[in-house]
Design a protein around this ligand. Structure first.
Ligand SMILES: [Zn+2]
Length: 324
């Protein structure tokens, strides 16, 4: 009698587990479907990276390999808005926000690209690299922080990272064979980095790295002010456990809310893969008078972008729970 009772319990528990497993699978599917719907045709690159083939671990602290051939990364610099210039590569963005009294530079590419793309690019556009007062680096991965030391050493630009990412730089043994940027400004929540009539508001979004900084700032399109939400970190190449995903998800909701409150209609990122910057810059050449700017997707689209990263992270988080 007793053994039958226990057997019944065991069977009931097994059914319960199977049912919970099926429920989790359904939930994962729901998050993936929601992400797909949110991505639409605007954010397929982001969807592919974080939902379809997400990375699952951080990179190791190893020395950079040899620089790739120039033709694999070089693209011409361009003026994107009245006061915003693209000095990035085919894959990574570096953006110069010009003001009456100097430039705020956002992100600095791989070190091998920073000299030609940023210093050379600014000059090609008629801007003076020595007028870069601040460099805000969204996070301390080498595809974005490679030119920070150059800007600090050569032009005396003030450098801004999140605290967690200054610590990453300081801890790294191998990743900065040409030297590290020296600790300077720590970007904090709501902080404004201002030069003349240009200002960038920092919105820390930890997750991609501990100190990832997202941003809000205003640009002008033929005189019309528009607000940009700049997403500082996207992929899941961090320690993949539930607490890290909880942090990441909270950050996506935080920047989504900040973007909505500021009525941001433009989504920019540090990878063209996520915001199609290089393609949009090409499209600008075909823009007719009265046509909307290719970067100006509208506040609804900006909200959908952060829905993609949120839903994909929820799916990844549930997959972890399913495994454990
Ligand atoms: Zn990164």
């Amino acid at each position: 009698m007793k053994s039958l009772f226990i057997r019944t319990l065991v069977i009931a528990a097994a059914f319960g587990l199977a049912e919970a497993g099926a429920q989790t699978r359904d939930q994962i599917e729901e998050h993936l479907a929601a992400a797909k719907a949110a991505a639409g045709f605007d954010f397929t690159g982001t969807l592919a990276r974080v939902c379809i083939a997400p990375q699952t671990a951080p990179g190791r602290d190893v020395a950079p390999g040899p620089a790739p051939a120039r033709e694999t990364w070089y693209t011409d610099p361009a003026q994107v808005f009245d006061n915003l210039y693209f000095v990035g590569t085919k894959y990574h963005s570096s953006s110069a926000l010009r003001s009456s009294e100097g430039i705020i530079l956002i992100d600095t590419l791989f070190d091998y690209a920073s000299e030609e793309a940023i210093v050379g690019g600014l000059k090609k556009l008629g801007l003076d690299p020595a007028s870069v007062k601040y460099v805000i680096v969204s996070h301390a991965h080498r595809d974005h922080d490679g030119g920070a030391k150059l800007m600090q050493d050569r032009f005396g630009s003030r450098i801004v990272f999140g605290e967690g990412d200054w610590q990453m730089i300081e801890r790294s043994v191998n990743q900065y064979p040409y030297g590290k940027p020296k600790r300077d400004i720590v970007g904090t929540d709501g902080q404004k980095i201002t030069v003349g009539d240009a200002s960038v508001t920092i919105v820390p979004t930890p997750g991609h790295t501990p100190g990832t900084l997202s941003m809000l700032f205003q640009v002008r399109d033929r005189g019309r002010p528009l607000t940009v939400a700049y997403s500082g970190g996207t992929a899941f190449n961090f320690v993949n456990d539930v607490p890290h995903f909880d942090t990441y998800i909270a950050s996506q909701r935080k920047i989504a809310a900040a973007a909505a409150a500021a009525n941001a209609s433009i989504l920019m990122s540090n990878h063209s893969e996520f915001d199609n910057a290089v393609t949009k810059i090409k499209l600008m050449a075909a823009r007719k008078a009265g046509e909307v700017h290719p970067f100006d997707l509208g506040a609804e689209a900006v909200a959908r972008y952060f829905k993609v990263t949120d839903e994909c992270a929820q799916a990844a988080r549930l997959r972890l729970l399913q495994k454990s």
